[in-house]
Design a protein around this ligand. Structure first.
Ligand SMILES: *Cc1c(COP(=O)(O)O)cnc(C)c1O
Length: 704
């Protein structure tokens, strides 16, 4: 075995590589082409690189020196006790946060996420690691995860599920002293599920993954393999596995969480497990144990539509909760009441969000506007309060800078903001120095990033067409053409087709020879979402329209990798949700980091972030009762702002042939937005406003 391979394998065991570029230079020097092909995944690289290629590098002193430096860097990073938390929240260092989430996105090679919620969870954990907040991510290891999307010649989505390849991601089972894999049990209805405990190292933090074992005589155990793939029973079992199993896994690993953070209602059963354990250990009655657990529990809600919350029919929930009910000593009525706005109403379904709100003392929405919506939505739980007094605050989401910023720009910003700028990403004063950034250099990099995106797009389209045996010519995409990006889940409220609402106007705009436009779209539709799939089909049609072929591209299989290429390479990031249905939206923040301007309805984060000069808005925040009228109003607004403001600014060139005024706007966006809409700021806010109070602050009370 080569020494270099050994060292590199060890280094790749910590997913720090998914946001740290130490390994980049090394792998690029070994085989640049392969490094790109494997999307910078070192494990897959090492699997595929011929041993001869590595053997020759074994003798390369500079590569070995770089590798040793990277080892030292990782070790220092993981072990250092001098970090933000030690200075700003020392009480928390002995009070780990258990962060439960139904999905997690650390890297695309671990496809256990579907969209924004999972990306947020991954970014949260990475920022906890960077800041030294002691956190454990807790989630399910779906053996097939989320699907890969294929789009056929008619524009229909097919879902392809692949078994997770545990040899290309650094996840491993946790073993006890006897070498056996540690397991936990989850009693559901009359049976007991068993889950192995797996772990991924995410910088300083651990991500705990529950791998449910298939049991021969169990109908339940076979159901939990896919994310969002099944019926209500599957969902209920998954949520029990995550909440109950996740909490038990932490305890089995000897972790005493000081704070339980529920990322969305799916994981609210963790509170019931914590309460039951507390009752068993202390002999306290239910209501006292529940009070204690609630005091230490933080709940983040993400869904501004009532129907989007998790509901279970009462008898169904009871059936699976029987073992838990026995431990809690609650009557049917009392247990179901925990998930009902009005416990006296026998017709109300059992709602996970209600459970989470009742069993957490601190709850928040994910943007200012979403806070207002959430307080109104859940006012029924506090009938004597006015909406503004409902105890749901907000902490606006943030995106993780090191994960989402192009390497070339990291370098450029470093030159301008100082080499230590990444330790100060939340400092607005530091970001003011971005004024000094040379526009010409910025533009040169944006052109490189756009070229990379277009190459990526063409490769993707090529392989799709080969698969379909389709010989229509590839679109002629150009770096000098204004490029709009739209990439997110194709849920109806996000209105992926809004741009094309008025076909003739869109066509004129796209094909104007003086100011041409190309638009690249990508997104998956939930497998059961027919309206979402119809949007996809319409976009497919448009991309095949002979008049638009060189201007409209639909990419298949949107994931973190597609998303990153688009965010880096586009000029404008389009976001068109129907207000106020986007709780926050985080992709626009990633766009900002990459010098891509936002053009969005005034919804989610953009409603609070837009200052008229740091990007573009359309639809002026007006809300209509009739969705058709709303769409017409917003579509007109979008076309107006593109024609009237965006395109004139972009195509206005100075003597150096660069869009100087456009780039000044990019700099203004960086200055006003980047310091605030990032994951470090988000985790700092959670620490100050939620974690410290929930943990009992200065005394760092350990409850569990
Ligand atoms: C950031 C991101 C999202 C979130 O997109 P929004 O629509 O802005 O909330 C979804 N999917 C992927 C892959 C992302 O990277």
């Amino acid at each position: 075995m080569s020494e270099l391979r050994d060292r590199l394998l060890r280094l790749s065991q910590n997913l720090w590589w998914s946001w740290n570029e130490d390994l980049d230079g090394i792998f690029r020097a070994i085989d640049r082409e392969l490094w790109r092909e494997v999307n910078h995944n070192p494990i897959e690289f090492l699997k595929r690189v011929p041993s001869t290629a590595l053997a020759t590098k074994d003798k390369d002193a500079s590569i070995l020196a770089q590798t040793i430096r990277a080892e030292k860097h990782l070790e220092d990073y993981v072990k250092s006790e001098s970090h933000w938390t030690s200075w700003n929240a020392p009480a928390l260092t002995s009070c780990p946060v258990a962060y439960f989430s139904f999905e997690f996105c650390i890297h695309e090679s671990l496809p256990i996420y579907s969209g924004g919620l999972g990306v947020l969870a991954g970014d949260h954990l990475k920022a906890c690691s960077d800041l030294g907040v002691p956190a454990y991510g807790v989630t399910l290891l779906y053996r097939q995860g989320y699907f890969h999307q294929r789009i056929d010649a008619e524009g229909r989505q097919t879902e392809v599920y692949e078994d997770l390849d545990a040899t290309t991601v650094p996840i491993e089972p946790v073993r006890g002293p006897d070498g056996e894999i540690l397991t936990v049990t989850i009693p559901v209805a009359q049976e007991v599920l068993v889950a192995e405990i797996w772990r991924a190292r995410v910088g300083r933090c651990d991500l705990i993954l529950l791998n449910l074992c298939e049991q021969q005589d169990s109908s339940a155990s076979a159901r939990v393999f896919r994310l969002y793939g099944g019926d209500k029973t599957t969902r209920l079992l998954q949520e029990l596995a995550l909440g109950v199993g996740g909490y038990r896994a932490l305890r089995k690993l000897g972790v005493r969480p000081g704070v339980l953070h529920l990322n969305e209602g799916h994981c609210a059963f963790a509170t019931l497990e914590a309460i039951a354990e507390r009752m068993e250990k202390t002999g306290l009655p239910f209501h006292q144990a529940a009070d204690d657990v609630a005091e230490s529990t933080v709940f983040t809600t993400h869904t501004p539509v009532a129907a989007g919350h998790d509901f279970f029919e009462a008898g169904h929930a009871l059936h699976y909760l029987r073992p838990m009910q026995a431990r809690l000593g609650l009557s049917d009525h009392e247990l179901l009441g925990l998930g009902r706005v009005n416990p006296q109403n026998p017709n109300e379904e059992f709602c996970m969000t209600v459970l989470a709100l009742k069993l957490s003392r601190r709850a928040n929405a994910v943007s200012s506007l979403h806070g207002i919506v959430s307080r109104r939505m859940w006012q029924g739980l506090w009938p004597d309060r006015r909406p503004s007094e409902v105890p749901i605050g907000h902490i606006t989401n943030g995106a993780h800078v090191d994960t989402w910023l192009a390497d070339e720009l990291k370098q450029l910003y470093g030159d301008c903001l100082g080499s230590d700028w990444r330790n100060h990403v939340c400092d607005p004063v530091r970001w003011r120095q971005i004024e000094k950034l040379d526009e010409f250099q910025l533009w040169s990099i944006k052109v490189i990033l756009k070229q990379r995106l277009l190459d990526f797009v063409v490769r993707r389209l090529q392989s799709q067409r080969e698969r379909l045996g389709d010989d229509t010519p590839l679109p002629n995409l150009r770096t000098d053409v204004f490029t709009i990006g739209f990439a997110r889940r194709f849920a109806a409220y996000k209105r992926a087709t809004l741009f094309f609402q008025d076909y003739d106007r869109a066509k004129r705009l796209l094909t104007n020879p003086d100011r041409p436009v190309q638009i690249i779209l990508a997104g998956k539709s939930h497998p059961a979402d027919e309206p979402g799939k119809a949007l996809l089909q319409r976009l497919h049609e448009l991309s095949r329209d002979p008049d638009l072929r060189d201007h409209v591209v639909l990419l298949e299989d949107h994931d973190k990798n597609v998303s990153r290429h688009m965010l880096e390479g586009c000029d404008l990031w389009l976001n068109s949700p129907r207000r106020p249905l986007e709780a926050c939206g985080t992709s626009g923040m990633k766009a900002v980091f990459n010098g891509t301007l936002n053009c969005s309805t005034l919804d989610g984060w953009w409603d609070e972030a837009y200052d008229t000069r740091n990007g573009f808005a359309f639809g002026d925040g007006a809300v209509f009762a009739d969705p058709a009228q709303q769409d017409k109003h917003d579509a007109d607004g979008l076309m107006d702002v593109l024609t009237g403001r965006v395109l004139p600014l972009f195509y206005d060139r100075n003597g150096q042939r660069i869009p100087l005024q456009w780039l000044r706007m990019v700099k203004h966006a960086l200055k006003t937005l980047a310091w605030r809409y990032n994951a470090d700021r988000m985790v700092m806010d959670y620490t100050h406003h939620m974690y410290l109070p929930a943990s009992g602050t200065q005394t760092a009370r350990v409850l569990f």
